[in-house]
Design a protein around this ligand. Sequence first.
Ligand SMILES: O=C(O)CCC(=O)C(=O)O
Length: 275
Amino acid sequence: MHFSQLLTDEEKWFFDHHGFLILRGIISAEEVAEMKSLGEEWHSRLTNLPAPLYSSSREHPDFSPNIAHWINRIEYGHPVFERLALNPEVLRVVIALTHGYPTLVDTALTRNTTASDDIRFHEVRDGYRMLDGEPFANFLNAGISLVDVPADTGFVCIPGSHKDHFLVPDSIGIYDTAPSVFNPSVRAGDCVLFTEALRHGARRWTASTPRFTIFNRYKAGDCEGRPLPEFQHLVSEDLYELGTSLPMGQEKNVVRRFLDSVKQDTSAHAQETVS
Ligand SMILES: O=C(O)CCC(=O)C(=O)O
């Protein structure tokens, strides 16, 4: 199985055209509830988190007293978050778009309330191109919502801005509307998987209960990585390897195993169809 077979032609077109894919219902209602309950507990003790959990939101250049805080390294905090970082639907897309060489570089569980700041548009430029006839992204963000998101709030982006041929005019802001700005309709358990080259941000939260979102970030090839040797015993071999940087061309076991399992599923399905 080759990475280029993981996405359908329609998904390749959609990602190349828009800069994101929406993966519906990638986790169960039970997992959503478990993640939310851990999120509520951890966010109530942000300055006293169990190691190696950590909140870097106070160090962020956009820090303000109303910043929507996040908690990092959650995959080391509970197996439900480790499973999410290795979620097969997410891995399928991440492996395809990194051309087979993904590294998990960050996980963050964010809580927004009606008092939280807006997140203005931003992006990491030069992160997307066509390479050997396939879409390639060197920095991806899988944003998984743990709540239903009402219209006109939450994640927004400028579809197509990842192509970077022209600078997006500064006059286009997060409250602008179609065709320039898109605010996807997202339910609990859905994932918006986007290239960080896409200009994106978030509108003010409007519901009376908080918004919880997990942002799992992956890079391609050589990068900083995120393995934590002193906490390696808390996670599986696959998760630890996924967080370890390797150059493009050096295949990880976790990727090989994933591609083999997809190949087996595909041939089992083909046999069922024939018999
Ligand atoms: O809250 C959101 O949906 C946007 C988050 C964001 O801008 C980011 O993760 O860089």
